[in-house]
Design a protein around this ligand. Structure first.
Ligand code: GTP
Ligand code: MG
Length: 283
C-alpha cells in the first residue's frame, strides 16, 4: 500500500511583511500569475494555494501565499493578529485534511534599512508557533537582492543573522537564511532545501489540534492584545456593577478597581505603541 506521506502534497507556507515579495516568489517557482503589489498597500488579502509538481519526481507541492504583515494604516498590531489567525486557521484545516506543513518561508526585504518592532514581534510569535525544535524547517528568505548593492546587502544580512533581537535566535535553532534575487534558480534552491526534509507536523499545525482549541481560537502569543481586551472587558464589567451598586463601601471598592484597571490599560496601550514604533537600524 502507498504510504499517506507519498500521496499527500507537501505544504509550504510563505509569510512575511507586505511587499517583501511572497506572491512574486511563488510566481517565480510555479509559473503562476498571482497578483503582485504595485504600491505600499498590501496586495494579497486572503490565503491562496498554488499547486505544482516539483522536480524529476513530480512531487506534489502546495505553496500557500498569505497576506502580508504590517500595512499602510495605523492598525498594524490588530491587522497582524488577523493575519496570524487566518494562517493558523488555514493550517489547522489542512492538518485535519491530512496535509502536513513541511516548511515556512519567512520573507524579508534585504533592502530594508530598518526592522520594525512589528517584524520582531511576528518573528517571536512564529518561533513559538513552530516550536523551537523544528526551526530547521524555517527558511528566512531575504528578497530584493537584485536591487541592492551587494556589499551593503551582505553586511545587512550579517547583521540580521547576528543580532539577538533579529534573526539570530531562529538561526541558532536551525532556521536557514537564504537569498532570493527574483530569479528562478535562487527560488529553486529554497524549494529544494525544504522538500528534501520529510513532511512532519510543525507546531503551528499541531498545537490547536492536539489541544482541541477551537479553530478560530488563538493559540498564539499575542499577549498584549489579549491583555488589553481582558482589561477593557473587566472595566466594562466593573462599570456595569457600579451602576447597580447602592452601598458606599461597594461603590468605593468598585471605583478603586476601575481606577487600577484603567491604569493597567494605559500601560498596555503604551507597550503596544512601543512595540509598534520601536525599530532596529540595520546599516
Ligand atoms: N526587484 C525586486 N522586486 C521584487 C522582488 N520581490 C518582489 N518584488 C516587487 O515588489 C512588489 C511587491 O511584491 P509582491 O510579490 O506583491 O509582495 P507580497 O509580499 O506578496 O506583498 P503582499 O501581498 O502585499 O503581502 C512587486 O512590484 C514585485 O514585482 C525582488 O526580489 N526584487
Ligand atoms: Mg502577495
Amino acid at each position: 500500500m502507498t504510504p499517506t506521506s507519498d500521496v499527500q502534497p507537501t505544504l509550504i507556507a510563505v509569510v512575511g511583511h507586505t511587499g517583501a515579495g511572497k506572491s512574486s516568489f511563488i510566481n517565480t517557482v510555479s509559473n503562476h500569475k498571482l497578483p503582485v503589489g504595485a504600491g505600499l498597500d498590501s496586495c494579497t488579502k486572503k490565503i491562496q494555494e498554488v499547486r505544482l509538481k516539483w522536480g524529476k519526481e513530480q512531487k506534489p507541492v502546495v505553496i500557500v501565499d498569505t497576506p502580508g504583515f504590517g500595512d499602510s494604516d495605523n492598525l498594524e498590531v490588530t491587522r497582524d493578529i488577523e493575519v496570524f489567525k487566518l494562517i493558523q486557521s488555514y493550517l489547522v484545516k489542512s492538518h485535519k485534511a491530512g496535509t502536513k506543513l513541511s516548511g515556512i518561508i519567512y520573507t524579508h526585504r534585504i533592502s530594508d534599512s530598518k526592522v520594525e518592532g512589528g517584524t520582531r514581534r511576528n518573528l517571536r510569535t512564529f518561533q513559538e508557533l513552530c516550536g523551537s525544535e523544528k526551526l530547521h524547517r524555517v527558511v528566512i528568505l531575504t528578497t530584493w537582492w537584485d536591487k541592492e548593492e551587494e556589499a551593503k546587502a551582505v553586511s545587512r544580512e550579517k547583521q540580521l543573522s547576528g543580532r539577538e533581537t533579529l534573526f539570530k535566535p531562529m538561526v541558532e535553532l536551525g532556521a536557514k537564511m537564504m537569498r532570493h534575487d527574483k530569479g528562478f534558480s535562487s527560488a529553486q534552491m529554497v524549494l529544494n532545501h525544504l522538500l528534501q526534509l520529510n513532511a512532519v507536523d510543525l507546531g503551528i499545525q499541531e498545537k490547536p489540534v492536539r489541544d482541541e482549541t477551537p479553530e478560530d481560537g488563538l493559540d498564539i502569543n499575542l499577549d498584549l492584545q489579549d491583555k488589553l481586551r481582558h482589561c477593557l472587558d473587566s472595566v466594562a464589567a466593573k462599570k456595569g456593577e457600579l451602576k447597580n451598586a447602592r452601598d458606599d463601601a461597594t461603590r468605593r471598592s468598585l471605583k478603586e478597581d476601575i481606577r487600577k484597571l484603567e491604569k493597567d490599560e494605559k500601560k498596555i496601550r503604551k507597550k503596544i505603541q512601543n512595540e509598534r514604533s520601536s525599530f532596529c537600524l540595520v546599516a
